[in-house]
Design a protein around this ligand. Structure first.
Ligand code: PLP
Length: 409
């Protein structure tokens, strides 16, 4: 039987804290999620019982640490349904995963005059690496726009794709508007034009069920810290045919096969992309986070979070002067809004005085802000441990803050 979602709050020690004398209402989960005690314990256990460098030593601790690290690779492969754990590369996070592909793919496959398509809904992490790569390679950076409902225009995608297109980069879920992009359809369209697709799954991995093979994604990137795992660890999944063809991103220990003064050959997958001492403790923490998530039925989890989102959207839309941004057919876990006449930053700061943590600003998505002609938004974002109580507290907090500001102005 799967674990009861309503019991999860107790698993996260940080949520027992008070902030400004009030119970913490944490609604900044798109920035980072909190860690359950089991993840914190796994990291601590690694350092207190195992700490050793991996793939190098043959003493007991080194063998145990290597085994534990490689077990997590298998666990990740099963979690995302990768055909083989050799297609799971550990990185520092989504940003590094995308930089790896932008650098290596650019070097191997992009020539002057070629084109890359990036959506207008991207986080800077899936925008700037491609922009810089296009500048380095003399390629053309094309932007796939979103429409008034904050959905990507798939007809525009068909028109943008041509013989010079080398890759499409798109997120699975927008961190700013919550749009769940039709990545399966996008991949199908791109593949019909023989173009590979990189999917940024940073905001999807913790909310949606995953199957990189069913999706047919060429690359899929995500971060541990947004799925209840530690900061500083992430994953790049890639199709074998692509990963084998890409040159290494970083070089150094462990990624080589043979080195002479005249030449170097590279290790097999995935080690070719894991130069230097990896973040073993946090990879083990990622494994504990996957164990944590595997206790739930993923369909139940998604419907719990979707119901919570609808509840929150209903509460927000009832507040006079409040605009919720975007109206996509499918939205996940993100509530983006502003209140007429109130700076998003001021609203966030005053909500914090009530113990309510939300994010304010551009959310690393200036292209979205420019398209919407706004300076920023307030963003509440959900996780497994949130409940209707948190959203009631948010609505009540907004009401109080708005009254306070209106009294003063
Ligand atoms: N992509 C999306 C959609 C994100 O929301 C984020 C972080 O907020 C990133 C990429 C970057 O993730 P990280 O900073 O963990 O590398």
């Amino acid at each position: 039987m799967s674990k009861d979602i309503l019991s999860t709050r107790a698993d996260f020690p940080i949520l027992k804290q008070t902030i400004n004398g009030l119970p913490l209402v944490y609604l900044d989960n798109a920035a980072t999620t909190h860690k359950p005690q089991s993840v914190i314990d796994a990291i601590s256990r690694y350092y207190s019982t195992m700490n050793a460098n991996i793939h190098r030593g043959n003493h007991t601790l080194a063998v145990q640490a290597t085994q534990a690290y490689e077990d997590v690779r298998k666990k990740v492969a099963t979690f995302i349904n990768a055909p083989s754990s050799s297609q799971v590369v550990f990185t520092r996070g989504t940003t590094e995963s995308i930089n790896l592909v932008a650098y290596s793919f650019g070097q191997a496959f992009v020539k002057p005059g070629d084109e890359i398509i990036v959506s207008q809904l991207e986080h800077h992490s899936n925008y700037v690496p491609w922009l810089l790569m296009c500048q380095r390679q003399g390629a053309v950076f094309r932007v796939l726009p979103f429409d008034e409902n904050s959905e990507l225009d798939l007809q525009a995608l068909e028109k943008l794709l041509n013989k010079k297109t080398r890759l499409v980069a798109v997120n699975h879920v927008s961190n700013t508007l919550g749009t769940v992009n039709p990545v399966e359809e996008i991949i199908r369209i791109a593949h019909a034009a023989k173009v590979p697709v990189l999917v940024d799954g940073a905001q999807a991995i913790q909310h949606l069920a995953h199957d990189v093979q069913a999706l047919d994604a060429d690359f899929y990137a995500f971060s541990g810290h947004k799925m209840y795992a530690p900061m500083g660890v992430g994953v790049l999944y890639g199709k074998k045919e692509w990963l084998e063809q890409l040159p290494p991103f970083q070089s150094g220990g462990e990624m080589i096969d043979e080195v002479t003064p005249d030449s170097v050959t590279f290790n097999v997958l995935p080690y070719k992309f894991e130069a230097g001492t990896p973040n073993v403790a946090d990879v083990i923490g990622l494994g504990a986070a996957i164990d944590y998530l595997n206790q739930f039925n993923s369909a139940e989890l998604q419907s719990y979070e979707d119901e919570l989102l609808e509840y929150g959207l209903g509460l927000l839309r009832a507040i006079p002067g409040l605009t919720v941004y975007g109206n996509p057919r499918q939205r996940s876990a993100i509530l983006p809004f502003n209140i007429e006449g109130i700076q998003h930053y001021d609203l966030g700061t005053l909500l914090d005085t009530k113990g309510i943590a939300v994010r304010t600003g551009q959310h690393c998505t200036q292209p979205i802000m420019d398209a919407l002609h706004i300076a920023g938004t307030v963003r509440a974002s959900l996780a497994i441990y949130n409940s209707r109580d948190d959203l009631d507290a948010l609505a009540k907090g907004i009401d109080r803050v708005v009254r306070l500001i209106r009294r003063q102005t």
